[in-house]
Design a protein around this ligand. Structure first.
Ligand SMILES: Nc1ncnc2c1ncn2[C@@H]1O[C@H](COP(=O)(O)OP(=O)(O)O)[C@@H](O)[C@H]1O
Ligand SMILES: [Mg+2]
Length: 323
């Protein structure tokens, strides 16, 4: 619809592809807010890692952005189209790879692709080309005539992705695409997401696997209990962290030595490890090491640095189990 898309041509900033402001949501019939005051801007070509424990609200946020759910509070635009008014136009830009499998197990791979190409309104002129491209992109050519019910977990995930790519979307949502699959399929899926990234696609990626998010994503949003706790590049999240020194000893440290160390340094004890917090410079680092050596405490290994994403995530969301 003319005039409905914002014009970012004159801006020197990269064009924001998705803009979410003050978004809150509760499911119909419930008063409990599952999303609260979400603010997030995702630039074109960015791979956003949306990470959070079970029940944090990741799938709900994706369902709102893909027009499956309708929000009542706050504003959202995709590719310049605001939701829910322009959901139809926004949907043309979107590819959605859901957390649960979304295909017919009694059909073959190619029958599923033909069916979903029809549902997505892909013109018959383009349909065959897109199906062939998606089959190749997800390496499904060898199983295209097989019933999907017979597929392994990895093949099912790849078919899920192929269906999401049919309409050649600019914006892609991957909701936990590597859950319960073998390492080879996982490596293949990550590699293909990198290909999509190199094509300039905007990608929203949710996963429990921090190492995946670390290698794929340019920008991270850590979400828990419906709120974004932190967002930024991995570098910016790490910059806020203190340097810590972890010394692993051959055996647990005796009470006398601990008492002595406590008079000079602040640390916490985890079995045979001592974790010294806020070791801001090498002078403090050397003092600790010298003291430990003077006391003849046998060291197995030393780690000095900032928290990795997994530690940042656990610090923010607490280590309590989520079922
Ligand atoms: N259809 C629904 N009706 C009511 N509550 C729901 C529904 N789907 C999810 N929820 C609740 O919303 C919260 C967020 O769920 P979800 O978005 O699926 O989290 P995540 O994807 O991060 O695991 C959870 O407390 C969940 O129980
Ligand atoms: Mg989910």
């Amino acid at each position: 619809m003319p005039g409905s898309r914002n014009n970012f041509k004159n801006s020197h900033q990269p064009a924001p592809e998705i803009v979410i402001n003050d978004l809150s949501y509760h499911y119909p019939g419930s008063t409990q807010k599952v999303l609260q005051d979400i603010r997030l801007t995702i630039n074109k070509g960015t791979v956003l890692g949306l990470i959070g424990p079970n029940g944090a609200g990741k799938t709900t946020l994706i369902s709102l952005l893909t027009g499956i759910l309708k929000h009542t509070n706050g504003t959202m635009t995709l590719g310049g189209y605001s939701l829910p008014q322009f959901t139809k136009q926004a949907k043309r830009l979107i590819g959605y790879i859901p957390q649960d499998y979304a295909f017919y197990p009694n059909l073959t791979a190619v029958e599923n692709l033909q069916f979903f190409a029809g549902v997505q309104g892909i013109t018959s002129a383009k349909r065959q080309l897109r199906i062939e491209y998606c089959l190749e992109f997800c390496q499904l050519q060898k199983v295209l005539q097989q019933k999907v019910a017979e597929f392994s977990g990895g093949l099912k995930r790849r078919l899920n992705i192929a269906i999401g790519l049919l309409n050649d979307p600019e914006i892609l949502f991957f909701d936990e695409p590597t859950v319960s699959i073998d390492p080879q399929s996982r490596a293949f899926i990550l590699q293909q997401i990198k290909v999509l990234q190199s094509q300039g696609k905007t990608i929203i990626y949710t996963s429990h696997y921090m190492e995946e998010v670390e290698q794929l994503c340019d920008y991270l949003a850590i979400i828990d209990q419906g709120t974004i706790l932190k967002q930024g590049t991995l570098q910016s999240l790490q910059q806020e962290q203190q340097q810590q020194l972890i010394i692993v000893f051959k055996k647990t440290i005796d009470e006398y030595s601990l008492k002595h160390l406590k008079t000079r340094f602040k640390f916490s004890i985890h079995q045979t490890q001592l974790v010294f917090h806020n070791v801001a410079n090498m002078a403090i680092y050397n003092q600790i090491i010298e003291q430990v050596q003077k006391m003849n405490l046998p060291i197995t290994s030393i780690f000095y640095g900032k928290h990795n994403l997994e530690q940042i995530f656990l610090d923010l969301t607490s280590k309590k189990l989520r079922d």
